[in-house]
Ligand binder design. Sequence first.
Ligand SMILES: [Zn+2]
Length: 72
Amino acid sequence: MPRCPACGEKIDHLTYIQQATVWFKGQYDKNGYSMVFEEDRLVEREEYRCPKCRALLAENEDEAIKILEGEK
Ligand SMILES: [Zn+2]
């Protein structure tokens, strides 16, 4: 099992955090007001953090996979 390079704990997953801008349509009709998801999402930042110490370990999927694969 890989170890976190920051705290040294064994980790079997990373905590994934995504910051994104998402567009909705605010509409009003016979059923009242509702928010409808628009098929538009701009991912601004991705973070993969250690689930034990919360250290930032990777900022994209390739880096995250390398950590989870362990040292080669
Ligand atoms: Zn850690």
